[in-house]
Design a protein around this ligand. Structure first.
Ligand code: HSE
Length: 439
């Protein structure tokens, strides 16, 4: 039997950027939310260790507290919104809330990627809902898209621009021809990149999000260590310029695809044809391109981060859970979108060394006869065939050679590069970018 709720009580833990947006939305759109849900969705308590900082929002007296456990244990609160972040106390808040029969909303992709199995199992066993729409793609409703909108499809591929910081840096490098370090420093000065940017620029954030997307596509958890991750620090303006000459744009892509011989899961800088819609995703925007066996291609696009877009995703979960509470139907949709029988499933990922794709290589060599043929010889020895070659510019006697290859196996490419780099005419470490042509 559904409970006769006169209102749904909400508590928010974490009054940082997303917390502030969420509180603002719950207060400013309270009437709209009431109309959508049928009863008031009422913000009752906000917790943060810092109760002094001015966030530009006036809360009623007594609403802001410093003890998050009071929210977790408040019998008037049915939905706990965890926006504290991190994988320590946040996990305790969530598990304790679930144990107390409360539903939870979180944006914490690191926590879900690392401890998702334990958290989901607890939620399923307690018959409560756990919403995590904000964990991937900020304001883009990609979780619901995969779990509900595309639930009739076998998902054949996901290609995501799911880290706004990287996309912002690469977009500016592309437009302005500036080096990575300069654009990153400017982004940090403008507050567009974190003071410690490694989580973003080294691809870790994108890999956490990809793990969640694969789980929603296959029903199986992915071990983070099975996802190959490479960030964007090594990309130079030359790579971007020559990608353009070859008809490509460089993006940090999170890729998952099923091609008959296992599921590939990887995050790395990728060259994609410049005419593709994904190539046009600019600045800090996100986009997730999904291929399903019946729907074909579909792409979701929008703001992947930020106070208000992320709050939009958080509160969409609050609305869904409120509706479920009113109908007594929490737990109706399993967290992964797959029946509970599949909850212990692990998705096996194809070893990265076996992945096949086309490659771009930048090799700095001495400008003298026979060098190109020696390089071609090494590539040929490792079963790598060349599609095109370009040589341009010259500094003293050093010249970069740009090569695009046909499909090759990752392990062959690595062995070939190791051998190329040992040639006496090769002056620097060879740079390689993977190409995806058939999205
Ligand atoms: N740091 C992330 C990004 C946003 O740059 O996209 C939060 O997921």
């Amino acid at each position: 039997m559904s409970k006769p709720f006169k209102e749904i009580g909400v508590g928010v833990i974490g009054f940082g950027t997303v917390g502030t947006g969420t509180v603002k939305l719950l207060l400013e759109n309270a009437e709209l939310l009431r109309k959508r849900v049928g009863v008031p969705v009422k913000l009752l308590q906000v917790a943060d260790m810092d109760t002094e900082r001015n966030r530009g929002i006036k809360l009623p007296n007594g609403m802001l507290i410093d003890n998050a456990m009071r929210i977790v244990r408040d019998p008037n609160i049915q939905i706990v919104v965890e926006l504290a972040g991190g994988t320590g106390a946040a996990k305790d808040f969530i598990l304790e809330s679930i144990r107390g029969g409360k539903s939870v909303v979180t944006a914490n992709k690191a926590l879900l990627a690392e401890h998702g199995t334990e958290i989901m199992r607890a939620a399923i066993n307690a018959g409560v809902d756990i919403g995590f729409e904000a964990s991937v793609g900020g304001g883009i409703p990609i979780i619901r898209t995969l779990r509900e909108g595309l639930s009739a499809n076998r998902i054949e591929g996901i290609y995501g621009i799911i880290n706004g910081t990287c996309n912002y840096i690469l977009s500016r490098m592309t437009k302005e021809g500036k080096p990575f370090a300069e654009v990153l420093a400017e982004a940090q000065n403008n507050g567009l990149a974190e003071a410690d940017p490694s989580f973003d620029v080294d691809g870790i954030d994108a890999s956490h999000k990809l793990a969640i997307l694969i789980w929603l596509s296959t029903g199986g958890r992915v071990r983070l260590k099975d996802i190959y991750v490479e960030g964007i620090r090594d990309i130079s303006p030359d790579d971007i310029a020559f990608a353009k000459v070859f008809g490509y744009t460089v993006k940090l892509l999170a890729i998952a695809k099923e091609n008959g011989s296992g599921i590939e899961a990887r995050v790395h800088p990728t060259m994609i044809p410049s005419q593709y819609l994904l190539s046009t995703v600019d600045g800090s925007n996100n986009a997730i391109y999904v291929k399903g066996d019946f729907v074909g291609s579909s792409m979701s696009y929008g703001q992947g981060a930020g106070m208000l877009p992320t709050a939009s995703a958080v509160v969409s979960d609050v609305v869904e859970i409120s509706r479920n509470l009113l109908r007594g139907s929490t737990g109706r949709i399993p967290p992964s979108g797959f029946s509970l029988m599949n909850q212990n499933m692990v998705t096996k990922i194809k070893p990265f060394e076996e992945v096949q794709c086309e490659y771009y290589l930048r090799i700095l060599v001495m400008d003298k006869p026979g060098v190109l043929s020696r390089i071609a010889g090494v590539l040929g020895k490792h079963a790598i065939s060349i599609t095109s070659v370009l040589q341009k510019g010259k500094e003293k006697n050093a010249v970069p050679i740009f090569i695009i290859t046909h499909q090759a196996k990752e392990s062959d490419m690595r062995a070939a590069i190791a051998e190329v780099d040992k040639l006496s005419e090769v002056l620097d470490r060879t740079r390689m970018i993977r190409i995806e042509n058939n999205l």
